[in-house]
Structure formats: C-alpha cells, structure tokens
Design a protein. Structure first.
Length: 573
C-alpha cells in the first residue's frame, strides 16, 4: 500500500500566495469599477436590461453598496455603543434614539431622506448611491450597536481586574479587553442582520420619484423590479441565484474567516473548543500565505501604535482634563437634552400634523388592526415552527455543522425576493392575497427565532443538561421543565428582533406586483406601499408614523415588560 504524500509547506505557501494574489487583483478590479461608476453623472448611467449577462455588473454595484453600508454600521456601533456603555448621560440620549430608529420602517427612512441625499449630489449618481447605502445602514446598524453596548456592560469582573492590574487607560481597556470580548457576539449579530440589510438594499435600488415614476439604480434590486414589471419568472430566478452567489461569496471571503479568527477571543473554553470545528478554507489559505503573514505583521505594528502611542498625544495635549471638566456638568447636559427633546418633539409633531392629509384618518385605525393581526399571527407561527427546529439542530453538533451554514445563506436572502414567486402562484390561481400575506411575513421573521433558539440551546450549562438526563425528563415535561425555561430569554430576544422585520415585511407583502397585475389586500402596509409608489409623500409619512406609533406601544407595553420578566424569572444564577 502506497503511503500518502502530503505537499511540502513551501508548496502550500506558494499555492496560498497565488490564491491571495488573485483575490487582491479581483478585489482591486471590483473596487475601482464600482467606485468610478458610483461617482459618474446620473445621465451617464448605463441603460438597464434583463439580460442575465448584466447581472455580474449589477452584482458588483450592489455588493459595493452593501460593504460600504457595513463599514458605516461598524463605525456607528463602535462610537455610539462605547458612549452608551460608559457614560450615563449619553446612554439616556442614545438608547431611546436607537430603540425608536429600530421601530421606523425602511419606507419611512426613504420617505424622509430621499430628497436630502439627492440634494447632496445634484445630477450625480452618488445621491442615489448614498440613499441605498443609508438603507443598508438602517437595516443593521441599530442591532449591531446594541450588541456592542450589551457585551461591554457584561464584561466579567475578573477580566476588568486584570486590565486594572496592567494599568490600562480607557482607550487601551477598550481595544485590549472590551472590544475583543464583544467581537464574537458582534460578528454573529452582523451575520444575522444580513437579511435586513439585503432587504433594505434591494428595495432602495428602485427609488420612487415625486411624480410617481421609479428611478432605477444599477443593481440586483433594480433587476428584480424590472423582472416584476415584465412578469418574467426566469429573470426573478436569475436575480435570486445572483443574490445567493453574492451572499455565499461574502460569507466565504469575509464572514467565515472572521468568525474563525475571532474564536481566540471567546472567554468560554468549552465554546471555543466547540467552535474550533468551524472551518474556513480561506482562513487556512491566509494562515499559510507569506503575503498575508507580512500584511499581518504590518497591521500588528499599526495596531501597536494605535493602541499604545496614540493615547500619548491625547495626554500631551491635556485633552483628558477637558473631558473631565465636561463630565462634571452632566446635570447641565441632561437638562439641555431633555429640554431640546421636548421642544423638538412638540415642534416636529405640530409640523407633521399640518403636513399629514386628513382624508384617511377615520379608516387608519382599522388598517392598523388588520396589519397588526397579520404580523401577530406570522410571529406566532414562526415561533411554533422554528423554535423546535432550532432546538433539534443545536442538540447535535453534526446537525448544526451541516444545517447552520445553509440556514445562514437562506436567512441572508431578503424576503422581498421570494414574494414575486408567491404572488405568481396567488395571481395564477385567481385568489385574493388575504391570508397569503401571513407566510410572506413569516419569511421575514422565522430566522430570528431559529438563530436565537440555536444560541440559547448552545448556551445551556452542561450541569443543567446532565440533571435533566439523570432524572430521565422526556416528552412534554422535557419541554416544560427544562428546554423552554432554559431558552425563554433567547426566544424573547428573537421575538423583539422579529417584530421589526415583520413590520417591514408587511409593507412589502400586502401589495405585490407581477407585470400589469397587482395582488393586494387592505392594511397599513398596503397603504404605505401604495402611497410611496405613487409619490404621495405626505400620505406615506402618515402611514409610517402610524406604524412607528404601534411599534412604540409594543416596545413599551409588551416587549420591555416581557424581557424584564424573562431576565428576572429565568436565570442560571
């Protein structure tokens, strides 16, 4: 029997270097092509067509917007997450603002910001590009920022004491302790927020104009819009395939290597050992590449200067004294903030009331109830179906290894891509959209339940699992006494996250177009979708405000009390 022959380390390194060089060349082409075309005059944009060959160029433009939006979301999360975690006055400002922004539907952002971004770059493509990038930002920044805030607040006491023993200043404490501790959760949250980001991006590439027309930005989203207008199911399938390939490429070359790298930052040894099974071929390629190793050494020197030398400039300029003086006036800043907030809300509320049309005020509460009922049913069904599925997947490492990557790719596909296929079936069968909106809304909510359930199941302490096995707890009692209490806080978190996705999905699900035919049902989502498509910004603003009002009521009277109950009742302490 012949012995196996393994390649020498030099051969492996040369092959890895070749792959890295090819990736660098492809990224340079991608970046230069997209960057130049983003800044050309609007009149020079290429004519859009449904030819499948165009999808490569459209994918390049769409992916560039997604990556820029991801960068801005990360910067926002770092700055405002740290401010909220460390400074109580800033926390009182930032957290209510972020909670409110989470409740605003995507159409609401587009309604109020389209004119602003187009005015920043008149007659230039960058105005529409900025709007699409902002849509990506709004789809994920709030969740990512809250992850940084929450993880910084729960850094273990013993790790803080170690940082104190090394006499880290605030800057070094963040980059050496708090940020590495936050990275694994932050990265998983970014991965799970992809669906909302792609949803926002696909929707924002077809921009409704004030005259009722639609301005198309080159991208996969505009390709989908044209496919719907042409009633071409083949074009919709092509767009779906292109989007899935985009998601897979980003996962393989960005997210998966980062997840593999951040295993070293996990504080739980058992979790780190379990995650070591998480493989990434591109990470292994970078690890054996001399080019990547040289780049890593350069980045390490830059990181050293960033963490240890930059604070010297801060203290040399005595800026720390200025910040301490400002901190002593916390009561003054709080007073100014609440006064400005009260005056701003009163003035903004009055201006909105004058701006809103009064024709639909009588029927608006009924539409709100209809949409709220559909959203509630969709969330209940998603919970009933996907919580058991998540437990089943997470209960066996092999199942999780096989099915979780597939679920992540499917979850990253925005739900509005699936809607045309459902609408084609509904319209062909000559049925009313009616109850079909519920499974369409579920497409935007089910993944939150699945991934939070998986996270909760994996977080169950081994001792509790062993106790349940020792007492032979099975069947309904196993669910009632062991599993549901263990994962209940995670189910609540998934429900709160799913609620935001459900309201956005309702807007897209209550009116679906296929060629010249339109399937619709009555509801607040249909009202917002129709008025936005017709360029009636005043009516669209009324609908978005009504939806924000409903979501705010849910946050205050349902989600927050439920979250406090779960936090108090179901703890491992």
């Amino acid at each position: 029997m012949k012995s196996l022959v393994f390649p020498k380390r030099r051969d492996v390194s040369l092959g890895s270097d070749a792959i890295v060089l090819v990736c660098i060349a492809l990224f340079a082409w991608f970046f230069v092509t997209a960057w130049i075309d983003m800044h050309r005059p609007a009149s020079e944009n290429p004519a859009l067509a449904l030819a499948p060959a165009n999808l490569l160029y459209y994918s390049v433009r769409t992916t560039m917007r997604f990556l820029i939006g991801m960068v801005w979301s990360t910067l926002f999360s770092l700055v405002f997450g740290v401010l909220a975690a460390r400074y109580a006055p800033m926390r009182r400002v930032i957290l209510p603002f972020v909670n409110f922004m989470e409740s605003v539907p995507l159409v609401g952002f587009m309604t109020f910001t389209t004119g602003f971004f187009l005015g920043l770059y008149p007659h230039n493509t960058m105005g529409m590009e900025s709007l699409a990038i902002f849509a990506v930002f709004t789809g994920q920044a709030w969740n990512m920022m809250l992850t940084v805030y929450q993880t910084m607040r729960v850094v273990p006491k013993e790790l803080r004491e170690v940082a104190d023993s090394f006499r880290y200043n605030a800057w070094q404490r963040f980059w050496r302790l708090e940020w590495p501790y936050s990275v694994p959760g932050f990265l998983w949250n970014a991965i799970n927020s992809q669906a909302a980001a792609w949803f926002a991006l696909v929707a924002s590439e077809a921009i409704p104009a004030a005259n009722g027309d639609t301005v198309l930005l080159p991208g996969v989203g505009s390709y989908v819009s044209m496919a719907l207008d042409a009633a071409s199911y083949r074009a919709v399938i092509y767009a779906l395939v292109a989007l899935v390939l985009n998601i897979v490429v980003i996962d393989q070359f960005i997210f998966r290597p980062l997840v593999r790298y951040t295993i070293r930052f996990k504080n739980d040894d058992s979790a780190a050992k379990r995650d070591m099974q998480y493989r990434s071929w591109f990470y292994d390629c970078l690890a054996s590449s001399r080019i990547a190793r040289s780049a890593g050494q350069l980045l390490a020197r830059l990181a050293d200067a960033w963490i240890f030398r930059l604070p010297r400039v801060w203290y040399a300029l005595r800026l720390d004294r200025a910040t301490r003086l400002l901190a002593r006036a916390n009561w003054l800043w709080s007073t100014i903030w609440y006064f400005a907030l009260t005056v701003g809300c009163a003035y903004g509320g009055y201006q909105l009331w004058e701006y809103f049309p009064k024709d639909n005020l009588a029927v608006l509460p009924w539409w709100m109830l209809e949409t709220a009922g559909r959203v509630t049913l969709a969330m209940l069904l998603s919970c009933v179906l996907f919580v058991p599925l998540g437990v089943w997947m997470a209960s066996h490492p092999r199942r999780l290894t096989v099915f979780q990557p597939v679920a992540q790719v499917l979850a990253a596909v925005p739900p509005n891509i699936y809607y045309p296929l459902i609408a084609l079936f509904v319209i062909t069968a000559h049925r009313s959209l009616g109850w079909w909106t519920i499974p369409m809304i579920m497409v935007g909510t089910q993944w939150y339940y699945l991934f939070n359930t998986i996270a909760g199941t994996l977080a169950i302490p081994t001792q509790i699992t062993e106790v349940s096995q020792m007492f032979h707890v099975k069947g309904a009692m196993w669910w009632r006494k062991y599993m549901l209490p263990s994962i209940f806080p995670y189910i609540v978190t998934g429900t709160i996250s799913a609620a935001g996705g459900a309201w956005n999905a309702a807007i897209a699900a209550e009116v679906v177009q296929w060629g010249s035919r339109t399937a619709s049902t009555s509801g607040l989502g249909a009202f917002i979708s129709t008025t936005t498509g017709n360029g009636d910004n005043a009516a669209a603003a009324l609908g978005c405000t009504a939806m924000c009002f409903m979501v705010a009521l849910c946050i205050m009277f349902v989600w927050q009390p439920l979250y406090r109950f779960a936090e108090r009742k179901f703890r491992y302490d």
